[in-house]
Design a protein around this ligand. Sequence first.
Ligand code: AMP
Length: 402
Amino acid sequence: MKILVINCGSSSLKYQVIDMDTKNPIAKGLVERIGLSGAVLTHSLTAGKKNIIKTEIPSHVTAIELVLKALVSPEYGALKDLSEIYAVGHRVVHGGEKFANSVVVDDAVMAALKECIELAPLHNPPNIAGIKACQKMMPTTPQVAVFDTAFHQTMKPESYIYGLPYEYYENYGIRKYGFHGTSHKYVSQRAAVLLKKPLQELKLISCHLGNGASISAIRGGRSIDTSMGFTPLDGLMMGTRSGALDPAIVTYIMCRERFSCEQVNDFLNSKCGALGVSGVSSDFRDIEVAAEQGNSRAQLALDIFAHDVKQFIGSYAAVLGGVDAVIFTAGVGENASHMREVICRNMDYLGIHLDVEKNKVRGEEVDVSKPNARCRVLVIPTNEELMIALDTLELTQKKSLQ
Ligand code: AMP
């Protein structure tokens, strides 16, 4: 059984076809520069063949058409026929409060997705465009929406309500939603397997540290708090995003720089964070190299990041009332062993004792703690595509049994 997973951005589209018997992708690819000049589709088979197609790609519909054509190409395709695709799973960034779980898309769901646009004006429209394009090209194939926000819908009001007049929550939907939910859910499930304990009994802190970064407190498989908020700008300092600030700084910068609302939003999302502090790059690899060469601002950016992560781990241990394991995932979390080491220093009080030798791993699923450590430290490569495919399969099989 094969599931197609689609992740549509404003001008890009990532996809994978996953064979659900092996849980491995058999084909994957990326469409870039949709609606722009120089559009390109890079399609590759896991077996090794790679194809680059440069052509006009004016819309997401054209992009999907091209992807589906590539998937059944006699030369470099992975499928004989599109009917081999059992269902399509779509990553949707924002499900608001309407979606606490993944859903099979029907007309009512589509209408609700449109209502969530105002919460994620940059992200949800391309996600919806991707679903519509697939509906058009594969009208009888079920489409499933999997939300970045859904996993965090289990948070309690004391975690998600801000210190604003309550009407702002009621009228504008201003609350903490949290993101990276698919990743936090996946790694927490894997952690239970790795620890050989039921997920229901575990208190976990999941650190998704990539270009975007967030941390979640997970009790019994349910998110009880998370560092991103109303938008993915909150929480940790990230590659280009400021993370949490004194809110008065925003209006102060607006006055000093004469920024409009759009300008300040763009500034906080794309010119701040590790890029802004280091002045070197938003990429942690470049920053690490610069720091090793003695660049003190690059070192400061790394120190801030480690400090932020440590602070959230401490506060979430307090919220959870203890912690069985800290999970590191995503680009930095999976690969940057030195960063993990710095974060885990002086955390004996939580029972964290990192095995420095074991910690020298990259991108592997490993317990990197010392044998007697009370709180385990796990490196777990995230796999949001597989999580989306698993949800898609479960929902569509349920539906076919009804
Ligand atoms: P992601 O958003 O999950 O793709 O993560 C991207 C981030 O991971 C970038 O900042 C990369 O520099 C960082 N990253 C990837 N590999 C490494 C590595 N070996 N050491 C440090 N950072 C890394």
